[in-house]
Design a protein around this ligand. Sequence first.
Ligand code: ATP
Ligand code: MG
Length: 181
Amino acid sequence: MVYLKAIEAHGFKSFADKVDIRFDAGVTAVVGPNGSGKSNITDAIRWVLGEQSARSIRGVKMEDVIFNGTTDRKPMNHAYVRLSLDNTARTLQMDADVVHITRKLYRNGDSEYFINNDRSRLKEINELFLDSGLGRNAFNIISQGEVDEVLNAKPDQRRGLIEEAAGVMKYKLRKKESERR
Ligand code: ATP
Ligand code: MG
């Protein structure tokens, strides 16, 4: 199993100060008043894993993830999120005990991804997570309303979810790619 060890964020949504959130083994609960940034943590996870839809992380445009300033703080120029994943079980196909995934976005629209310290493309991040049970579309972040969505899904959509969980998605994508050539 891969597990999330830490999230570092700076300039992402309400995290104007750099935050370093550590997760120990077991269950972690995040508590706080309304609007204090709890959901921004899960948004950060989705985002760094490659979320492309601003709406899915409760924005209108992607730039909305960058800290927008408050009465006494200037807006920031970029958003940064880094996940640290425990890979001692080698679930991710990388010979490293800890895998870091980083995403940065600048106001001018420039965007960067890194796997450990190597500049990467989104495609490489998607491939790394395929069939790992992680990834932005995998079943590890279940938001309000998604339970209903699964129950109301059409049979072929539901089949897609089961295939992702069962680990055959990688082969389906490769088949599709080779058919296109
Ligand atoms: P609830 O208990 O109501 O679900 P929550 O703890 O999940 O609340 P979030 O939705 O994570 O709260 O945080 C919302 C806060 O994040 C709001 O105060 C909003 O102003 C702030 N926020 C979102 N995007 C930005 C941004 N780009 N810049 C600054 N603040 C932002
Ligand atoms: Mg919330």
